[in-house]
Design a protein around this ligand. Structure first.
Ligand code: UT7
Length: 338
């Protein structure tokens, strides 16, 4: 019988796009009953970036994707699957944002689709890419996490409008036969019984577009902030402990712990529970706020562009979001250093 060498998924490249316009805490003080001091103390956020009115999720995703493809050192013709994670797609029903991004960057006749896993979207995509590559179906998968979260935020609701920002991140995941470059492990899970913790009630089959939807603001994100916070700390800590234990990796040996950037206090609580040193934990929530599915790839891009992320470095990703969904991943960066 013919013996074939196993194929693994490897993280080849990263790219991101951050819209130019910023929304500072001082700006928010003029919009809702809040203060810079409250926001900073409770969330660690100083500012977030907001897309222009005419800038769609796909525009941001396309820019991040082009950078990721360039940095992967491959031609776009070599991409054989395009996946986008977003809860703020260009169109709520169809076409998918992955199809629009593919067209914008000139990728033709390639399978493309979106997934909806809120803030966990990018790590969910890593698991999908891994399955496609390791089954031999695809060789170079383009992943995009992109959000125009400002399009579903009610800027009169102080409990949510201070948190979210816009942006996009992208990565190329490629087949390799070198085990050193392979993803080590991914855990992804969900519990729909907490669906009402983070929800955008409309438009959808329950609340199709109507005057009532507009009048009651059902098209905006609603969050049970405090309950989500507590569950996030508990779940993220447990998930990371499990993935480290299962793979016999000690927390102190992780150079880059890259958690979902929702709230500095959540990140600090999880980091402390894992006894992580400050230099291990990647923080970008201060400048981008919570960018949902774009949060993790934007954070990876930050450490890549600052020269902190080196070829072969181990990354521990950990995320939590609407659904509820959560996921963690342990993988080396297999790309070229900038
Ligand atoms: O990405 C997906 C996962 N998302 C998350 O993990 C987000 C999780 N949640 C959070 O980050 C935090 O719960 C928030 C930052 C949203 C809120 O912080 P908190 O410490 O949980 O505050 P709270 O909701 O318990 O509210 C405390 C007080 C309330 O006033 P009273 O009832 O004590 O008088 C709120 O009305 O803070 C008030 N408040 C604010 N005050 C000033 C809520 N938002 C604001 C605000 N400015 N922006």
């Amino acid at each position: 019988m013919l013996q074939t060498k196993p194929v693994y998924a490897s993280f080849r490249s990263i790219g991101a796009y951050v819209p130019q316009k910023t929304l500072s805490n001082a700006d928010l003080e003029k919009m809702v009953d809040t203060t810079d001091e409250w926001i900073l103390k409770r969330t660690g956020i100083k500012e977030r970036h907001i897309a222009d009115e005419e800038e769609a999720t796909s525009d941001m995703g396309a820019k991040a994707a082009e950078l990721a493809i360039k940095r992967a050192g491959i031609d776009k013709e070599e991409i054989d699957l395009v996946l986008c994670a977003t809860v703020t797609p260009d169109y709520f029903n169809m076409p998918s944002t992955a199809c629009i991004i593919s067209d914008k960057i000139g990728i033709k006749n390639v399978q493309a689709f979106d997934i909806s896993a809120a803030c966990s979207g990018f790590v969910y995509l890593l698991s999908v890419a891994k399955a496609f590559i390791e089954s031999g179906m695809k060789k170079n998968v383009l992943l995009i996490g992109a959000e125009k979260f400002s399009s579903i935020v009610d800027y009169t609701d102080r409990s949510t409008c201070i948190l979210f920002g816009d942006g996009a991140g992208a990565a190329v995941i490629s087949a390799t036969q070198n085990k050193e470059e392979a993803f080590i492990d991914i855990h992804a899970s969900a519990d729909g019984s907490y669906a009402d913790f983070l929800v955008t009630p409309a438009p959808g089959s329950i609340n199709p577009a109507s005057q009532k939807v507009i009048d009651e603001g059902l098209n905006f994100v609603q969050m049970k902030g405090n309950e989500t916070f507590k569950l996030a700390v508990k779940t993220l800590t447990k998930d990371v402990k499990e993935i480290l234990k299962k793979n016999e990796v000690k927390a102190e040996h992780i150079p880059h712990f890259i958690p979902h950037q929702a709230n500095y206090r959540i990140i600090k609580a999880v980091g402390d529970a894992l006894k992580m040193r400050e230099d291990q934990v990647v923080i970008t929530v201060d400048k981008y706020g919570n960018t949902s599915a774009a949060s993790i790839p934007m954070a990876i891009n930050d450490i890549y562009e600052s020269g902190r992320l080196q070829t072969g470095d181990l990354m521990l990703l950990d995320t939590f979001g609407g659904g509820l969904t959560w996921a963690s991943a342990l993988l080396p960066f297999a790309g070229e250093t900038l």
